[in-house]
Write a protein that binds this ligand. Structure first.
Ligand code: ARG
Length: 457
């Protein structure tokens, strides 16, 4: 089997080396992008009179035929041809003859692979943005039905102050909104064309990089050929944004796992999103959020993996860079699968409003409100805090909650207490009163929902 680069060599490549260095087993994923890039390149070669327009036409049609064959699954890739670029070039030459060898004029696999990666990631980034948007819509939907649902808000996983469940859910909406914005912003940098950078130094042929860039939908061309072939920042950026998305998904998943436990029973995940135990018949396990939580690990791993590959590389292209692909494909697949599951899981979960309400009625999460009450009667907050601390201790010792103490008991601690304190202590009033901008007060949550809706489409 003769190599496309075989001229300089006197010996066959060692079989193990061939397998070790080949990337075709995974970079075949880039077939469409590779052909798209080649079609733009050959069009430009013809238009710039670098090859004849007849040859350009023949090559373009040959590439289109190969694309059809790939789509029909009729193509067999060979490890001997190392990667997707040379496999396709070989297929082209088999298809149209020696003229196919003109395709690689004024180009190198180094600018070719960089172009493929830009095209691929541009497409995937847009698709992920769409999927994040779907999760946001699911959150809005659940939030709308739960504006008046109250549950304990936690700090240190200790009950702190009651909040609207819609408010709690919408916190995740804004995390995802920032994620979406970051991905959107990264498109600016993905949108630079490396094509025409050659191996590293440009080319002797009078190519038109603007033309290939605009044929491929890129906004700009890399101004430095060495940077163009060795830049993988855009992939690092993607992996980093993906890591943060997974962090957010994982935090939400953790809450879903906790909330669906027997101890909380705040929500129930739909049967379609849970599995059973092979031994304990009573069990319904939240496998999906557990796996979402766990898959975060591989996405972080892919980020750290690529950063580590790049950190010691001299300019320009190094074979090390071939290791940029598997982690990226894996991250795209993991993110895609995770987001596709998360949206319907949120939509279909049942919210146990009674359990949530019970939880807030049986705790001290309204304690801040008694302090605020004394403050409105003129007491400095620090003194009020001290008094309420004593009341809470008294209640605990007497096995009562704050709503169970009678007015005489309250007045032992301060003469400022009047019977209107009981209204203030009702959980719905506790929540409703937090009407500061961005707070959990119902009016604020409604405003927030309306605002959030402007960010999804
Ligand atoms: N398969 C290679 C990669 O993914 C393509 C570029 C190869 N270039 C080279 N000079 N060997 O990075």
């Amino acid at each position: 089997m003769s190599k496309l680069w075989g001229g300089r060599f006197t010996k066959e490549t060692d079989k193990l080396v061939e397998e070790f260095t080949a990337s075709i087993t995974f970079d075949k994923e880039l077939a469409n992008e590779d052909i798209e890039g080649s079609i733009a390149h050959v069009q430009m070669l013809g238009d710039c009179d670098i090859i004849s327009t007849d040859d350009a036409k023949t090559i373009k049609e040959g590439l289109q035929k190969i694309q059809q064959k790939i789509n029909k699954g009729e193509v067999e890739y060979l490890v001997e041809h190392e990667d997707i670029h040379m496999n396709i070039e070989k297929l082209l030459i088999d298809e149209i003859g020696a003229v196919g060898g003109k395709l690689h004029t004024g180009r190198s696999r180094n600018d070719q692979v960089a172009t493929d990666m830009h095209l691929y990631l541009k497409k995937q980034t847009k698709s992920i943005i769409g999927l994040v948007n779907e999760v946001q819509k699911a959150i809005i939907e659940q939030a709308k039905g739960n504006i008046n649902t109250i549950l304990p808000g936690y700090t240190h996983l200790q009950r702190a102050q009651p909040v609207s469940f819609a408010h709690h859910l919408l916190a995740y909406f804004w995390m995802l909104e920032r994620d979406k914005e970051r991905l959107q912003d990264s498109l600016k940098r993905i949108n630079w064309s490396p094509l025409g950078a050659g191996a590293l130094a440009g080319t002797t042929f009078p190519i038109d990089r603007q033309q290939t860039a605009s044929l491929l939908g890129f906004e700009k061309v890399y101004p430095n050929s060495m940077d163009a072939v060795s830049d993988r920042d855009f992939i690092v950026e993607f992996l980093s944004h993906a890591s943060l998305i997974m962090t957010h998904i994982s935090r939400l998943s953790e809450e879903l796992v906790i909330w669906s436990s027997q101890e909380f029973q705040f929500i129930e995940l739909d049967d379609a999103f849970c599995t059973g135990s092979s031994i304990m018949p009573q069990k319904k396990n939240p496998d999906v959020p557990e796996l979402l939580r766990a898959k975060t690990g591989r996405v972080y791993g892919n980020l750290v993996g690529l950063l580590t590959v790049l950190k010691g590389l001299p300019l320009a292209y190094n074979k090390d860079m071939q290791e940029d692909k598997e982690g990226m494909f894996d991250t795209v697949a993991t993110l895609d699968g995770s987001l596709r599951l998360l949206a319907p899981m949120i939509r279909t979960m049942t919210v146990n409003k009674d359990k949530m309400h019970q939880a807030v009625s049986q705790d001290f999460s309204n304690a801040t409100d008694i302090a605020d009450y004394l403050v409105t009667k003129g007491l400095p907050f620090r003194q009020a805090h001290e008094i309420i601390g004593k009341i809470v201790l008294y209640a605990i010792n007497n096995q009562k909650f704050l709503l169970d103490l009678n007015i005489e008991e309250y007045q032992q601690f301060s003469p400022l207490f009047k019977p209107d304190i009981y209204e203030i202590l009702q959980p719905k009033n506790v929540v409703g009163a937090r009407n500061s901008q961005g707070g959990t007060g119902f009016e604020q949550v409604k405003n927030q929902l309306a605002f959030a809706e402007q960010f999804v489409d």
